[in-house]
Design a protein around this ligand. Sequence first.
Ligand SMILES: Nc1ncnc2c1ncn2[C@@H]1O[C@H](COP(=O)(O)OP(=O)(O)OP(=O)(O)O)[C@@H](O)[C@H]1O
Ligand SMILES: [Mg+2]
Length: 273
Amino acid sequence: MRFLRQANHYFEKFKGVIKLTNILEINDLTKRFGGIQALDGVSLNLNEKEIVGLIGPNGCGKSTTFNVMSGVMEGDGGSVMLYGEEVYGLPSDQINRLGMSRTYQDTRLWRDLTVIENLMLPPKNQLGVKVLNSLFTRNRIKKEEKEILEKAYDTLDLLEITHMANHYCSELSGGQSKLVDLGRVLMSDPKILLLDEPVAGVAGPLAEKIFERIGTLRDELGLSVLIIEHNMDFILQQGVDRVFVMSNGRVVVEGTPSEIQQSKTVIEAYLGE
Ligand SMILES: Nc1ncnc2c1ncn2[C@@H]1O[C@H](COP(=O)(O)OP(=O)(O)OP(=O)(O)O)[C@@H](O)[C@H]1O
Ligand SMILES: [Mg+2]
């Protein structure tokens, strides 16, 4: 916990100078795949320490929104203001360094490595097998890696999965893999987390636990979280602050969970699935 709290402490100090509450603002994102207008002017925002849901039926553009806003995919236009700075079109690693990290709908773990090793390594899509081999053949955990090791254990503690540290990722259940993936993303000290279906395929009680831990990340580390979830009923029960509902590449409604529950537009968006 020490490293994470320390990072948070410095951020709090820095933030005191600039006093921003609307930390992420997306405007008019567009993206076309051949004949499909996947994003048709998506606009949404995230305030500091908020937990916000992004929901909508299959294929409505939720993951594409994350892909374009996180720099993983080139968009056709729009704006992504992060802490008041335009980051639309920047490469994903640069956006990551500015404090916004994401998970993918499919968890991206090294299945043949242990949980703790997965947390200690750079993300799977940023490391070749050659580099991996040279890292692990000589001295598995070098002295200078002790700090990273300590931070990885702190992260597992925070997520209450320390007992899984030496399990191979190939042995984990879907829900456990989702938690480890969350831990892996936390290793880059993000301030904003974009989670793409963090509980998809996870059984009810564990799914609720994962949401509880996301709440802990907000309360203890001051994170702001945007969560994609396919199941509307589930997310509305998890105490999120606000919800954006997408349909056909657009945000059609924004509101509190109780407002969303009563919205005719939302019901129609889901029935039209
Ligand atoms: N790389 C791609 N190439 C071509 N079409 C794509 C690509 N990615 C997404 N699409 C299309 O864009 C539309 C939006 O897809 P997206 O994955 O963003 O939906 P989603 O809301 O995340 O759906 P789900 O709930 O199934 O995850 C869909 O019609 C999809 O088929
Ligand atoms: Mg998706």
